[in-house]
Design a protein around this ligand. Structure first.
Ligand code: NAD
Ligand code: TYD
Length: 370
């Protein structure tokens, strides 16, 4: 039985990880710590909090006194560190928050865990998993080989730079203090509970509401999509069976252009409306409600500054060491994700009220059709 701290557990991947962990390792004690920024939502965790299957603390990883109190109280033996500012576009308009949480917050959490495990003589058995991104490696050209664990760090956005800094801190804590830490660098996730500021949910919701689908630049940028369920099972594997001090790349081998991804979303929505006439009543502004295609909403807009062209992950070290692969193919997982958003309208209506509207105005108000 482990006492597990999951930071950022009310975010997209965090919520999925909490549910996956609860199901796979029911005897572990889970504590979720989350600052409840705009990106957080505890609706899916409420039943687990209510029946005390998990503990929940609203707080900041940068609050050293709180971190120490939590370690003293719960004696964590596992930390899965996911708390972060995570959206590239926001890092362009407000980079400071990224340095505060991703760099300084990670430092405070690392130091608290190290001090606690040293004092308790637990450095041999405890594990700290730092969840990072492929964006630290920068951008690939069309013919470049996929990123491996030894690819050089070349971050291009403030988000990627802040995650790169935190990876370096973790590495330094391992080398200098013997911190029992591991790092995963994974590709773009998709699936249930993703915040609608990110590509896939944004496009699904805009299409349902009959709004333009704003593809940055010419849409030829490539991301390597990983279903969040595959990511969460990889994280649980790495924290238990990975070698401390190691980095593991995690990716779904699903390289797709943004243009293709948005077209596939449109086709999945069109097909769902054709199969279920009740959707036309729920979403009358969607072109599919009038037997037209959501593809008519596609609009190419001003590009993101410093927009990385291509990410691709070589996960062969993970596959070799753990004998596991990734199950969810993109052409299966994407229509399932569209269906999840169709089935969870109250969830995304809740998330897209209030401050979300101000973000849409800020990020898309200035973008012109190209
Ligand atoms: P998210 O933005 O959906 O969730 C992040 C969570 O962290 C939110 O609930 C937020 O409230 C919380 N948080 C932010 N600042 C905090 C602070 N100071 N203290 C405590 N909690 C705080 O992000 P996500 O997509 O779930 O990503 C989780 C992790 O995985 C991040 O570290 C991210 O860099 C990494 N990652 C994500 C992806 C992806 O495609 N989503 C890909 C690679 C790596
Ligand atoms: P995003 O979901 O923000 O993830 P990341 O930038 O971390 O990869 O974006 C995924 C891709 O989709 C990226 O190439 C930018 C692009 N994109 C658009 O074309 N339009 C949009 O409105 C958004 C949010 C993203």
């Amino acid at each position: 039985m482990q006492s597990v701290l999951i930071t950022g557990g009310a975010g997209f991947i965090g919520q999925n990880l909490v549910h996956a962990w609860r199901a796979a390792r029911p005897t572990d004690r889970l504590t979720v710590l989350d600052a409840m920024t705009y990106a957080a939502n505890v609706r899916s965790l409420e039943p687990l909090i209510a029946d005390r299957s998990i503990g929940f603390v609203k707080g900041d990883i940068g609050d050293a006194a709180l971190m120490q109190r939590l370690f003293d109280q719960h004696k964590f033996s596992r930390v899965a560190h996911l708390a972060a500012e995570s959206h590239v576009d926001r890092s362009i308009s407000d980079p400071e928050a990224f340095l505060q949480t991703n760099v300084l917050g990670t430092f405070t959490l690392l130091k608290t865990a190290l001090d606690h495990w040293r004092a308790a003589a637990k450095l041999d058995t405890a594990r700290f998993l730092h969840v990072s991104t492929d964006e630290v490696y920068g951008s690939l050209g069309p013919a470049d080989p996929a990123f491996t664990e030894s690819s050089p760090y070349r971050p291009n956005s403030p988000y990627a730079a802040s995650k790169a800094s935190s990876d370096h801190l973790v590495r330094a804590f391992v080398a200098t203090y013997g911190m029992p830490a591991l790092i995963t660098n994974c590709s773009n996730n998709y699936g249930p509970y993703q915040h609608p500021e990110k590509l896939i949910p944004l496009m699904i919701i805009h299409a349902l509401e009959g709004k333009p689908l704003p593809i940055y630049g010419d849409g030829s940028n490539i991301r390597d999509w990983l279903h969040v369920s595959d990511h969460c099972s990889a994280l649980m594997h790495v924290i238990e069976h990975g070698r401390t001090g190691e980095t593991y790349n995690v990716g779904g081998r699903n390289e797709r252009t943004n243009r293709y991804v948005v077209s596939l979303i449109c086709d999945a929505i069109d097909a769902a409306f054709a199969a279920d006439p009740a959707l036309a009543t729920r979403f009358p502004s969607c072109p599919a409600a009038a037997a037209s295609s959501c593809r008519t909403l596609i609009s190419y807009v001003t590009d993101r500054p410093g927009h990385d062209h291509r990410y691709a992950i070589d996960a062969s070290k993970f596959v070799r060491e753990f004998g596991r692969n990734f199950d969810v193919g993109f052409e299966t997982g994407l229509p399932q994700t569209v269906q999840w958003y169709l089935d969870h309208e109250p969830w995304w209506r809740d998330v897209t009220s209030g401050a979300y509207k101000a973000w849409i105005e800020q990020n898309y108000g200035f973008r012109r059709a190209v």
